[in-house]
Design a protein around this ligand. Structure first.
Ligand code: SF4
Ligand code: FES
Length: 237
């Protein structure tokens, strides 16, 4: 148990003149409390106006991504005492429009995602008695690609996105490669189409911020490199 200070970035759309400001709270934090537990305690016992997004509380839904002591992370997977910091600073994910306090608009995430057609395209009718099968080797290729929870931490950390709000973003590139690499998908070109664009793959400068920011230890930069190869192959083929 330790008394910690939480410095939380606040914004109320009904009081735009005040703009963004930091508000401090103190909380006696028991061992085992995540940052999300702390935020819940503050909201339920100290200040019901504090807004943040959360759902699963177990690192699955991606809702609670926020910037904790300057690092993008999931609040529900971050142990408060393990931060070893008497003051914990919490801000909304950088780069996205803030709706209220720690809640950001997911529109840029969805827009990037829709550009890559994030679903399997296969016009061949499926077998009537079983699902579409693939070999263990083909399934292996999807490791590190299908686990994305769309938390938006990677794109929020990307300087190319800060400079270009139309940038499709590493979260969407990873999703595109998840389908391009899938042996059951029949139309890689459809996923790649939007990527060959000034807001697409070529704007990635291999800075690796997305890799560092991913709370699921995924590697969008590797997916981007593979997609670039696919685009070049398509141009030469
Ligand atoms: S790749 Fe990682 S950081 Fe990016 S949206 Fe998916 S889980 Fe979040
Ligand atoms: S609440 Fe779902 S990932 Fe944190």
């Amino acid at each position: 148990m330790a008394m910690l200070k939480f410095k939380i970035n606040r914004f109320n759309p009904d009081d735009e003149r005040r703009g963004h400001y930091a508000q401090e709270y103190e909380l006696d934090v028991p061992k085992g409390y995540t940052v999300l537990d702390c935020l819940n305690d503050i909201k339920w016992k100290q200040d019901g106006t504090l807004s943040f997004r959360r759902s699963c509380r177990s690192g699955i839904c991606g809702s609670c991504a926020m910037t904790i002591n300057g690092v993008n992370n999931l609040a529900c997977e971050t142990q408060a005492l393990a931060l070893k910091s008497a003051v914990i600073t919490i801000e909304p994910l950088r780069g996205y429009p803030v709706v209220k306090d720690l809640v950001v608009s997911l529109d840029p995430i969805v827009r990037g995602l829709m550009a890559v057609k994030p679903y399997m395209i296969n016009k061949t009718p499926p077998p009537t008695d079983q699902e579409r099968l693939q070999s263990p080797e083909d399934r292996e290729r999807l490791e590190g690609l299908y686990e994305c929870i769309l938390c938006g931490s990677c794109t929020s950390a990307c300087p190319s996105f800060w400079a270009d709000k139309e940038y499709i973003g590493p979260h969407a590139f990873l999703k595109a490669y998840r389908f391009v690499a899938d042996s059951r998908d029949e139309d890689a070109r459809a996923h790649l189409e939007a990527l060959d664009d000034k807001h697409g793959l070529w704007r990635c400068h291999t800075i690796f911020n997305c890799v560092e920011a991913c709370p699921k230890d995924l590697n969008p930069t590797r997916a981007i490199a593979e997609l670039k190869k696919e685009l070049v192959k398509g141009k030469m083929g």
